[in-house]
Design a protein around this ligand. Structure first.
Ligand code: KG4
Ligand code: ZN
Length: 332
């Protein structure tokens, strides 16, 4: 079964053709980052307009790359939630039109379920049940993946997402949007013990909180500026990265131990972080866990992961009709 999948929830317009949920036939991602960089973050209206401008070309290119006739696809899938409403609506409207014109089923996919599915593309042997840490720009969850379409969240951020904390701290340090990748790069050159940053406490044992950490970074930068002290940015990056990755791994691995999961996965944009990947591998080896990390090209937003999850949604009978709408906030 070949599914044509569309993703437009934030600042990437993407289309992929995926066979039987596991084989990516073609994948195209058009990033808007350069346009949003000017404003220090994603501007929702600009995102919607840019998706509108390029979605036809992105879909055409993905079909051309797959070397098939568009009428040969078996279904159309689309990210319908969560995300920026004006951005989601472009993908949803396009997918509805395409499914109707081709008379094919329409499969709505939750963006975070898509991120979780990204590991299925890289690892043919990965099957539920397992425990997944989802770390993106908008979400930080520890999720029990009980089955392909059956999820149970056991921990979540009570304020900022991990990627959001990275981007906001990076902005205060003077890096362009999105700053996560810059902190990651400069962290490798610094001394992680130079600046002490707080490990925030949460009521829920497996919940996260990153806004206090972000505020500490901002306050530390201001204090140095006011006192005229020189700030060692590389070491601040290293301290921040070590703090975030320790918080994420401490909670994730203790949840795995508590719930008895041997099989673990990480997904989402922040899964590309070199410090997180390294620490997670160390902990997994220490605790004898099997750890699945997505390849770097599948960490950030893409449509291949949507096409992958769509296959399992289809098998589970989760299709939509032409009344499908986009939803900005929706739980897993
Ligand atoms: O999953 P994603 O592409 O979009 C959302 O669904 O939010 O995640 C984007 C987030 C951004 O916050 C970005 O800064 C972060 O992932 N990110 C990183 C790295 N690469 C991307 N954060 C830390 N280290 C990285 N190497
Ligand atoms: Zn995402």
């Amino acid at each position: 079964m070949i599914i044509l999948a569309i993703e437009s929830s934030c600042d990437e317009t993407a289309c992929a053709l995926v066979e039987d949920g596991r084989r990516v036939v073609s994948s195209v991602v058009a990033s808007q980052i350069d346009e949003h960089k000017l404003y220090g973050g994603v501007v929702p209206e600009i995102a919607g307009r840019l998706h509108c401008e390029c979605i036809t070309n992105v879909v055409d290119e993905a079909v051309k790359k797959a070397k098939i006739n568009i009428s040969d696809i078996d279904a159309v899938a689309v990210t319908y939630a969560p995300g920026l409403i004006g951005a989601l609506l472009v993908g949803v409207s396009f997918a509805k039109g395409l499914a109707s014109a081709l008379d094919k089923p329409l499969i709505p996919v939750h963006h975070i379920k898509g991120h979780i599915a990204s590991n299925y593309i890289a690892y043919a042997e990965l099957e539920p049940p397992y425990l997944c840490l989802v770390v993106s720009g908008g979400h930080t969850h520890i999720v029990e993946v009980k089955d392909y379409t059956d999820f149970n969240i056991i921990g979540r951020t009570i304020d900022d997402a991990a990627g959001e904390a990275y981007d906001k701290s990076a902005r205060a340090m003077g890096f362009p949007y999105p700053g996560g990748i810059h902190i990651d790069k400069f962290a490798r050159l610094g001394d992680s013990s130079k600046y002490k940053l707080p490990h925030p406490k949460t009521q829920g044992e497996f919940d996260f909180s990153f806004s206090g950490l972000k505020t500490s970074v901002i306050n530390l930068i201001h204090k140095h500026r006011q006192n005229g002290d020189e700030l060692d940015i590389n070491s601040l990056c290293a301290s921040f990265q070590e703090t975030v990755t320790q918080i994420l791994c401490d909670k994730f691995f203790s949840a795995a131990e508590r719930l008895g999961y041997k099989k673990l996965a990480i997904a989402g944009g922040v899964a590309a972080n070199s410090g997180l990947r390294e620490l997670a591998k160390q902990r997994a080896a220490l605790l004898d866990k099997e750890l699945f990390l997505p390849p770097l090209n599948l960490c950030g937003d893409n449509a291949a992961m949507i096409g992958c999850q769509a296959y399992y949604e289809y098998l589970g009978g989760n299709t939509a009709d032409s009344s499908l709408n986009a939803i900005a906030t929706k739980k897993l």
